[in-house]
Design a protein around this ligand. Structure first.
Ligand SMILES: N[C@@H](CCC(=O)N[C@@H](CS)C(=O)NCC(=O)O)C(=O)O
Length: 205
């Protein structure tokens, strides 16, 4: 069985919820505190030089990182969790999945630990990253025209991504006010009966 190393509610939640939706069994190893020196950090660093969650040990013992790569592996087993091949929706699915990890996720890398990157004005870096993230989310919201999910009736792994990031900064109230489509999709995912336990374990609901 594969092992997800993570912290409840953090980036590992994306992988956990995707795996749960895909009905792929996994075990969870809590590495809370990995971002300060200590045994949890050593555990993670030995597997992932970026020392990030999720870090996943696959069935064959090899290491997997990157939420988008995890999504692609899951889609190999569960192609129904993306829009159908040959559709325009599928192209946009790839685009938005990669767009999220390429553009939104780095804003956390810099804003969560700004003092790593600049000594003079870490607060300024944090504020600028958060402002940029808000701009990105407003753009994303404009792309999401379908209901109840990003691609209509078909629930895809992109919806899971949207549901988890909605709980992170700038937090629920900001999303509710500024990004109604992200909010509606996240709410729809939060209502899925099969995800209640994993969502609760990750403080998503
Ligand atoms: N590109 C990675 C980003 C993962 C990531 O940044 N995870 C955050 C937690 S939500 C983390 O581990 N941050 C600690 C750090 O960057 O030092 C992915 O998509 O999985």
């Amino acid at each position: 069985m594969l092992t997800v190393y993570g912290v409840p509610g953090w980036g590992s939640a994306i992988s956990e919820v995707m795996l749960t939706l895909a009905e792929i069994p996994y075990q969870f190893e809590n590495v809370d505190g990995f971002d300060v020196p200590g045994p949890q950090q050593e555990t993670l660093l030995a597997m992932n030089p970026l020392c990030q969650v999720p870090t996943i040990k696959l069935d064959d013992g090899s290491i997997m990182t990157e939420t988008a790569a995890v999504a692609l592996i899951i889609l190999d087993k569960r192609p129904d969790l993306a829009p159908a091949e040959g559709t325009a929706e599928r192209q946009q699915f790839w685009r938005l999945l990669i767009w999220l990890v390429a553009n939104v996720y780095p804003t956390f890398t810099y804003a969560d630990y700004p003092e790593r990157w600049v000594q003079e004005a870490p607060q300024q870096l944090r504020e600028n990253c958060v402002a940029y993230r808000k701009f990105l989310y407003v753009w994303l919201d404009g792309q999401l025209q379908a209901t109840p999910y990003a691609f209509g009736e078909t629930l895809t792994l992109l919806d899971i991504y949207i549901c988890i990031v909605r709980t992170w900064g700038p937090r629920h109230a900001w999303f509710a006010e500024n990004t109604p489509r992200i909010t509606a999709i996240a709410d729809a995912v939060c209502a899925l009966p099969s995800l209640q336990t994993v969502l609760r374990n990750n403080d998503i609901i």
